[in-house]
Design a protein around this ligand. Structure first.
Ligand SMILES: [Zn+2]
Length: 264
């Protein structure tokens, strides 16, 4: 299979997966079963299959329900496109052999793609959920931690390096939690720290943590400037951590090298 075709197929798979991510986030919040017929959130009518084509249907319908003309959230095509891009990047990394974690020596790059795709699904769900609803549900973060440990073990990561990463980043938030008696960070942040550390190890975990704060600072300014949040409202730090982790999964080695080069 040609390299280009593999990347395009991964992108299409990502777009389709993005639809599942959107449905998971909104149905979980609404308390609806995950496997149910898609309905308009406004008129509650079932949506025809031809109006459920990822990305395309949104633009064909001009962002409105065919029946009641209620606006369809732009989250739908945005997440579908973002997931498509992510899966394409994960595939490109594997087929081109760029920035592969050092513990992967042989032919496990197919497993690496599956790991990245599965973990990205959880991270994007957490990104959206915390951004929209200001909470990181354990039902997403805990399975993600377990899957990361299983995948990394399968890929040959050493238990020591995983523990070092997980305990360093999880500990970073756990200490803040204890010192502030839960006022500065929440339990969800500790679990996100564990997830980042077990997934990325060191030093990439530190890169992701640093990036979380950079994105958090920029994001906070943008949210305030856009009038979406006040200075006293919840900062969706889980959103920034999930975003930083995804970016580090793809660009981590390049970011670290660029940063180190700047210091010299
Ligand atoms: Zn409708």
């Amino acid at each position: 299979m040609s390299i280009i075709l593999a990347i395009i197929l991964a992108g299409v798979l990502g777009i389709l997966t993005g639809s599942i991510v959107n449905a998971t986030v909104l149905r979980t919040k609404a308390g609806l079963p995950l496997m149910s017929r898609a309905r308009c959130w406004s008129c509650v009518e079932p949506i025809h299959w031809f109006d459920l084509i990822p990305v395309l249907s949104y633009f064909v319908l001009k962002g409105r329900c065919r029946r009641c003309s209620a606006a369809i959230e732009w989250q739908y095509p945005a997440v579908e496109l973002a997931m498509g891009l992510l899966f394409a990047l994960f595939a490109a990394r594997v087929v081109l052999g760029l920035g592969i974690p050092s513990f992967i020596t042989g032919t496990e790059t197919g497993i690496l793609f599956v790991r990245d795709a599965v973990v990205a699904v959880f991270l994007v769900i957490i990104f959206l959920y915390d951004f929209r609803f200001s909470v990181i549900p354990d039902k997403f973060s805990i399975p993600a931690i377990i899957l990361v440990i299983l995948f990394n073990a399968l890929l040959g990561a050493s238990a020591f390096s995983m523990l070092l990463g997980g305990l360093s980043l999880g500990g970073f938030f756990a200490i803040q939690y204890l010192v502030s008696q839960g006022r500065w960070v929440g339990g969800g942040d500790i679990r996100m720290g564990l997830l980042m550390g077990f997934l990325l190890g060191l030093p990439m975990g530190i890169v992701a943590l640093f990036l979380s704060y950079v994105i958090g600072a920029l994001g906070g300014v943008l949210l305030l400037a856009g009038g979406h949040r006040s200075t006293t409202s919840h900062v969706p730090f889980g959103t920034f951590m999930a975003g930083a982790t995804v970016i580090t999964m793809v660009f981590g080695p390049w970011l670290l090298n660029t940063y180190l080069a700047l210091l010299q």
